[in-house]
Write a protein that binds this ligand. Structure first.
Ligand SMILES: Cc1cc2nc3c(=O)[nH]c(=O)nc-3n(C[C@H](O)[C@H](O)[C@H](O)COP(=O)(O)O)c2cc1C
Length: 209
């Protein structure tokens, strides 16, 4: 029964993406997929409701998993936003560390930097929701780069808060950029099986190659 449902879903996925492919537009420009992710090291199971996805033995953060689907579908360059100081890997200490960082409005120094931002026209910006907000490393990223003239397409994998006002925050912080209101918010419960939805979304945007 489960197998039949899976096969029907896969068939519908192929049909939808074929149809949307016919509608795809051109003019994607040069693309960067920048993302912040932090797969937790403990507890939660790795298929549903987890802060990480395991496929073929490879562990990735939820947002990283989606960033890779976007990369496979649109091309461009991947860029992982990483902090100079590591966060705790375990859930409870991580929650506390992040809450303290938010309260103190710390924008942590980053360990990774984009060498030639002028190369890009469109920036997919992916992040988890942390305490109803952007993770502080994403604020550091937005401090570091002036994205005026670029199109920013946000995506998030969240635990229930969806975008939680973060698209508006990005719009305020990057007033010269065009921030898309057509970003995608995926529940972490669905992250591991989100590929079809992500591809369909990219085709609706005219971004799939
Ligand atoms: C410190 C912390 C705070 C979080 N706060 C929220 C929240 O306010 N709302 C929400 O929907 N999810 C929240 N989550 C869940 C994450 O957004 C979710 O697990 C996400 O998919 C993690 O992505 P990642 O594995 O790529 O880091 C929080 C997770 C952490 C670690």
């Amino acid at each position: 029964m489960k197998k039949t449902a899976f096969l029907i879903a896969a068939f519908l996925c192929v049909l939808t993406t074929m149809h949307l492919n016919a509608q795809s537009q051109t003019g994607r420009g040069k693309i960067l997929i920048a993302y912040f992710t932090l797969p937790e090291t403990d507890g939660v199971d790795t298929v549903s409701g987890a802060s990480r996805v395991v496929v073929d033995g490879k562990v990735s953060g939820n947002v990283e998993f989606v960033a890779n689907i976007i990369h496979k579908t649109v091309g461009g360059d991947l860029f992982a936003i990483r902090t100079a100081r590591a966060y705790p890997g375990e859930h409870q200490p991580l929650l506390e560390a992040v809450q303290n960082e938010q309260k103190a409005n710390v924008h942590p120094p980053l360990a990774t930097h984009i060498s030639s931002l002028q190369n890009y026209d469109t920036i997919f910006l992916g992040y988890p929701i942390w305490w109803y907000d952007l993770p502080m490393p994403v604020y550091s990223f937005l401090d570091e780069y002036n994205l005026a003239g670029k199109t920013i397409i946000p995506f998030t994998v969240h635990g229930g808060s969806r975008f939680s006002g973060t698209v508006e925050k990005i719009t305020q912080l990057e007033p010269g950029a065009t921030v898309s209101k057509e970003g995608i918010a995926i529940s972490r419960n669905d992250a591991a099986r989100s590929e079809c939805d992500v591809i369909a979304w990219l085709r609706r945007l005219g971004m799939a190659r």
